[in-house]
Design a protein around this ligand. Structure first.
Ligand code: IMP
Ligand code: MG
Length: 178
């Protein structure tokens, strides 16, 4: 598996640093409120687990699964709900936890969906952000790292469902998918 990694982009140490920094900021921003963290399956599982363990205030969690990607490395632009929330969210303060923001299609769809369900507030938290790839304009409130336009894997991120279990974020060798 590690033979397919071109190079490590974000180390385990850097991930820990980002998790601590973001969790601290979230605690300040949601002081006196109760956050509902919504993790987007499956890519966010590692980041979601680490964020909630670092967050020391009252919170609850839920998950959603949407698909916009096919089996390749390019977004299709269309977003389908595969698994919906397990609770009503009207009046709730939501922080969406995402692995990576690429075109922005997924998040702009979900933000609008949550707004239509009358959430009180919706913010976006992502470990990785690829600003050069943005197709739709969205405000991202918490970002671990901006990264260049390269296909990355590990720490939840996959290529064809593999590599999610790597403990760091690495660049996938082009020979694996081209
Ligand atoms: P967007 O809708 O184009 O912003 O795509 C977001 C989703 O595409 C992410 O949640 C990932 O699942 C997937 N994705 C985008 N870039 C990468 C990447 O470099 N590696 C793995 N998955 C990616
Ligand atoms: Mg994803």
């Amino acid at each position: 598996m590690t033979n397919d990694v071109e190079r490590v982009l974000i180390t385990e140490e850097q991930i820990k640093e980002a998790v601590q920094r973001i969790a601290k900021q979230l605690e300040e921003d949601y002081d006196g409120k109760e956050v509902l963290f919504v993790g987007l399956l499956k890519g966010s599982i590692a980041f979601m687990a680490d964020i909630i363990k670092a967050y020391t205030k009252v919170c609850s969690i839920d998950f959603m699964s949407v698909s916009s990607y096919g089996a390749g490395t390019e977004s299709s632009g269309r977003v389908n709900i595969v698994k919906d929330l397990s609770q009503p969210i009207d009046g709730k303060d939501i922080v969406i936890i995402e692995d990576i923001i690429d075109s922005g299609n997924t998040l702009s769809f979900i933000k609008a969906y949550f707004a239509a369900k009358n959430a009180n507030s919706v913010k976006i938290c992502t470990l990785l952000n690829k600003p050069d790839r943005r197709v739709v304009d969205i405000d991202v409130d918490y970002i671990g790292y901006d990264i260049p336009d390269e296909f990355v894997i590990g720490y939840g991120l996959d290529y064809n469902e593999h590599y999610r279990n790597l403990p760091y974020v690495g660049v996938l060798k082009r020979s694996v998918y081209s």
